[in-house]
Write a protein that binds this ligand. Structure first.
Ligand code: URA
Length: 210
């Protein structure tokens, strides 16, 4: 993946995103549409994965048929909203290994603090896809990727549903080697760090909390 930022403009993605932005959309529908949109975004983020071939026999002929090369992908969810995106990506890539990064914001320093970190082995040999629906300030994404790089990850991609220009810029400055795939780059962040127009708090909308 050569582009730092890929915006998935596919009509189905944009239509589903509109359903998710609508504040009248209930959690059950929000979750289902997030799952559907995850398939389409996963398709884009895996578009140029390295391939090899395997000898198989169809009922008619032996052929060298294409398969994914290398070790199984590692999907890493940034808790908790990341899990909403993870579920769909995992439907599409069921053999992927899965990791979780938990970060909370220290209200005094406003910096992310790690409270959970569990990732697959041999991260250095895997394509790692970090999932989090909202790339807002970029603070937690940058911190999560810092931790993954410390754990050995070398090939990382970042998959989100919505991004703010501020978050994209922050990621580009901190991790220029990490391509971002998103359905939209919105207008800006508000004073509370929410993406505008956005869709509100992704975790709350997925899990029906407030
Ligand atoms: N996290 C969210 O859930 N929503 C935003 O708009 C920004 C960060």
């Amino acid at each position: 993946m050569t582009e730092h930022l890929t915006i998935v403009n596919h009509p189905l993605v944009q239509h589903k995103l509109t359903l998710m932005r609508d504040k009248e959309t209930p959690s059950a529908v929000f979750r289902r549409v997030l799952r559907e949109i995850s398939y389409l975004l996963a398709y884009e983020v895996t578009r140029d994965l390295p391939m090899t071939t395997k000898q198989i026999e169809t009922p008619l002929k032996a052929i060298d048929a294409p398969i994914l090369a290398g070790k199984k992908l590692a999907l890493v969810s940034i808790l908790r909203a990341g899990n909403g995106l993870l579920d769909g990506v995992l439907d599409l890539i069921p053999s992927a290994r899965v990791g979780f990064v938990g970060l909370y914001r220290d209200e005094e320093t406003l910096t992310p603090v790690q409270y959970y970190f569990k990732v697959p082995d041999a991260l250095d040999q895997r394509q790692v896809v970090v999932v989090d629906p909202m790339l807002a300030t970029g603070n937690s994404s940058v911190a999560a990727i810092d931790l993954l790089k410390k754990a050995g990850a070398k090939n990382i991609r970042f998959l989100c549903l919505l991004a703010a220009p501020e978050g994209v810029a922050r990621m580009k400055q901190a991790h220029p080697d990490v391509p971002i795939v998103t359905a939209s780059v919105d207008e800006c962040l508000n004073d509370h760090g929410y993406i505008v127009p956005g869709l509100g708090d992704a975790g709350d909308r997925i899990y029906g909390t407030k």
